[in-house]
Design a protein around this ligand. Structure first.
Ligand code: AMP
Ligand code: MG
Length: 427
């Protein structure tokens, strides 16, 4: 049963049925308010930002009919058979158009990108011609109209180049430059606070040369989370390692509450040192706790001040899987864009898959080429503490809650997790 957000003193209880992932993700994404603040940035700084304005082309691209080949431009009507000869009356180079008009029986030497002179309707590539003094012989004539790129064939002045909500990739930056745009309005980047909880955790960038004390482990989640956040082009605010005490958590929560989102790892289960839910209930609200997925069941979602709060489980694979499945789409929406719908491929598994009914499973796997066809191969260790499984994987095999074991060769749903993040806006 989902917890209502009015309930502030949230207590984990066995009645709290884990929520199906699709429902949890929809609920989280629906709860996100996109950031309304915008800023103008130079095109050079706009990569991986979300466009906040509709950009209209001020010019045609290309601006004039131009040649797509190095060759000769002429009028097709003058060449009725291979072997015809034309007078070369000038040349048109990129940036240096031919000023005159090309008449009957005439041609110009023309280079790729050069403006097609008045009178010319066809370009023959140089390789299909032969120079003969002041004349050129068209040895193999192309179809009328060949090798000319029409003005405005890429973009017409007055049409929409990109819509608000578009996540800017390298090609988008080039398209914007092609219409002469030097600055764009983009959405302010989400500020995402993150910290690890756990008395056993040691940062890797602390004093050098100290061996781990008995029972200590390196805090790997915080570095992984920082990378997942900055990969989205967002601003991570690193609040370090926080010990397993309500007092330490309260202090960290207060610092985090001024951000747009807060992502924590660990301390969100039912262990004796798990206080994240208690402190979230005290200082913010718990919307729901627990999702019916493996790995990653004990996820908590709520609010803290103005921020949306994501309490992720501490097992490193659970942290990564829940981030990708639920936090990432939420942050994409917060950033002013549309999260891409997860893509599911149907591929044969190369190995048997172990599965007991209950929760939806996200097995770590790799896309492979098997005899020229795509297939999927699970990585060999599926423990939720084995981060190397995630490091070696590029996709999840997603097995529905009710599924049992799957024999090798069966077709299974496969979700690549790195390729599809940002959806396209409408318009
Ligand atoms: P917890 O969710 O706090 O009960 O932690 C579950 C498991 O994940 C425990 O084995 C923790 O030691 C481990 N763990 C928790 N936080 C981290 C972290 N930041 N880096 C690596 N392992 C962690
Ligand atoms: Mg812990």
């Amino acid at each position: 049963m989902p917890q209502s957000s009015e309930q502030s003193a949230f207590r984990p209880s066995p009645e709290n049925t884990p929520m199906p992932l699709a429902q949890a993700r929809a609920r989280i994404v629906d709860a996100i308010t996109p950031i309304a603040d915008t800023e103008r940035v130079a095109l050079q700084n706009a990569l991986h930002r979300v466009l906040a304005e509709r950009v209209i082309a001020g010019v045609d691209v290309p601006g004039a009919d131009n040649s797509s080949m190095d060759g000769y431009g002429y009028r097709a009507g003058d060449v009725d058979a291979d072997g015809a000869a034309l007078d070369v009356v000038g040349e048109s180079l990129a940036g240096h158009p031919f000023a005159g008009r090309v008449g009957a029986g005439q041609c110009v030497r023309i280079m790729t990108g050069a403006v097609v002179p008045d009178g010319v309707d066809t370009v023959v590539m140089q390789e299909n011609t032969r120079a003969a003094g002041e004349r050129v012989v068209i040895e193999k004539r192309p179809a009328s109209g060949s090798n000319i790129r029409a003005a405005g064939e890429d973009l017409r002045a007055g049409t929409i180049v990109l819509a608000p909500g578009h996540y800017l990739r390298p090609a988008d930056i080039a398209v914007l430059a092609s219409v002469g745009v030097a600055k764009v309005s983009v959405v302010r980047r989400p500020r995402v606070a993150f910290f690890s909880t756990g008395d056993e955790l040691r940062p890797v960038d602390g004093p050098a040369g100290q061996p781990l004390a008995p029972g200590e482990i390196y805090d790997s989640n915080r570095y992984g989370l920082a990378a997942l956040i900055s990969e989205l082009g967002m601003e991570g605010v690193d609040l370090g390692v926080v010990g397993d005490s309500p007092a330490a958590l309260r202090e960290a929560f207060q610092k985090a509450a001024v951000c747009d989102a807060v992502v924590t790892s660990g301390g969100v289960s039912v262990g004796a040192a798990d206080f994240v839910l208690d402190v979230l209930g005290e200082q913010g609200t718990v919307d729901f706790w627990r999702v019916a997925i493996k790995p990653g069941k004990p996820l908590a979602f709520g609010t803290l001040g103005h921020a949306r709060f994501f309490g992720l489980p501490g097992n490193p694979v659970s942290t990564a899987v829940t981030f990708i499945q639920m936090v990432r789409p939420a942050l994409v929406r917060m950033a002013g864009a549309t999260p891409a719908e997860p893509i599911r491929l149907a591929l044969p598994t190369l190995a048997d898959l172990r599965k007991s009914p209950g929760r939806e499973n996200f097995l770590r796997a790799r896309l492979v080429n098997r005899d020229g066809r795509a297939a999927v191969e699970p990585v060999d260790h599926q423990g939720s503490g084995v981060m190397r499984s995630m490091s070696r994987a590029d996709c999840f095999i997603v097995l529905p809650a009710a599924q049992n074991d799957v024999p090798a060769g069966e077709i299974v749903p496969v979700e690549p997790f790195a390729q599809t993040i940002w959806g396209q806006p409408e318009g």
